[in-house]
Ligand binder design. Structure first.
Ligand SMILES: NC(=O)c1ccc[n+]([C@@H]2O[C@H](COP(=O)([O-])OP(=O)(O)OC[C@H]3O[C@@H](n4cnc5c(N)ncnc54)[C@H](O)[C@@H]3O)[C@@H](O)[C@H]2O)c1
Length: 267
């Protein structure tokens, strides 16, 4: 049972691929809290079919959009406004993909065409979305936009590859665009830096299980789950967090503040 924290609010959720996806949990929680949503993902992700089941269950329309395409984003924003009967109050960018990591290229043997594409999908798409939303005037005053990120933007995690730079860029776009959107429309823009989470994107990282376990032991509260991340997103979409903007918000059970934790060595 929700608390109607998002009653009357409308928005778009990017990136629900399957029931492990962080965006999947966010979509469920947002609707539970009274929000109305449109779901979107890359056209290729529609082939897997799972998103259709989610859409039916949550009574949400699905509009395919490749986040690297201006035309797709424009179509998505215009159609969402028609379907939901008003402008957006929130948007979740939950998109990430690295071609070099997927094709198992070593960091110091990166292919630059792949790297361009990775940055385009994982980071520039955030700017592209906000720029299009601003041009189409798709957001309501005091709206909230969130991108999901990881602490590899600040610290070295060797197997995370070029996703580290993607996340640095994503967080920087949140800060810079956050300024412009605040000035233009009091819209806030933040990134949530989430613990390792067992999802399709997460498990693409080499040795993910060890990585996950290490992080879980290092964090005094343990790793934050996708469900907990969804709760945090709801709070950030609600009117209770109106003055939070241009921040990178750690949602990681305390991992980011730890130096050493004896639990890592089983002490
Ligand atoms: N899983 C983790 O450990 C973890 C930790 C911190 C942050 N994140 C971030 O959370 C976000 C969501 O990832 P997830 O872990 O839920 O995995 P996921 O694989 O379920 O989600 C990634 C999504 O990106 C979508 N996508 C890829 N290319 C796209 C494109 N061109 N256009 C539109 N959508 C596209 C995929 O279809 C998929 O739905 C990502 O930004 C990821 O980097 C994940």
């Amino acid at each position: 049972m929700g608390n109607n924290l998002l009653k009357g609010k409308k928005g778009i959720i990017f990136g629900a691929l399957d029931d492990q996806s962080i965006a999947w949990k966010v979509a469920e929680k947002v609707v539970e809290e009274g929000g109305e949503i449109v779901l979107t993902n890359a056209p290729v992700a529609m082939r897997f079919g799972a998103i259709k089941e989610l859409g039916e269950r949550l009574n949400a329309e699905i509009i395919p959009a490749d986040a690297t395409s201006n035309d797709d984003l424009e179509n998505l924003l215009v159609k969402s406004e028609e379907i939901l009967g008003g402008k957006m109050d929130f948007m979740l960018h939950s998109i990430g993909m690295s071609l070099n990591v997927r094709k198992k290229r070593a960091y110091n043997d990166s292919n630059y065409d792949f790297m361009h594409k990775t940055f385009d999908i994982s980071a520039m798409s955030f700017h592209r979305l906000m720029q299009m939303a601003m041009k189409k005037d798709s957001m309501n005053e005091w709206g909230s936009i969130i991108g999901l990120t990881y602490i590899a933007a600040q610290r070295v995690f060797p197997d995370y590859g070029e996703m580290a730079e993607s996340k640095s860029l994503l967080e920087s776009f949140a800060r810079s665009f956050g300024y412009h959107y605040a000035k233009a429309k009091n819209v806030r823009v933040n990134t949530i830096s989430q613990s390792p989470t067992m999802t399709t994107a997460g498990s693409g990282v080499e040795g993910f299980q060890q990585f996950f376990d290490y992080s879980d032991r290092m964090s005094p509260l343990g790793n934050a789950s996708a469900e907990a991340c969804a709760n945090y997103c709801v709070a950030m979409f609600s009117d209770l967090t109106r003055m939070v903007t241009m921040q990178n918000l750690y949602h990681d059970g305390g991992f980011s503040k730890m130096g050493m934790n004896p639990d890592v060595f089983g002490m």
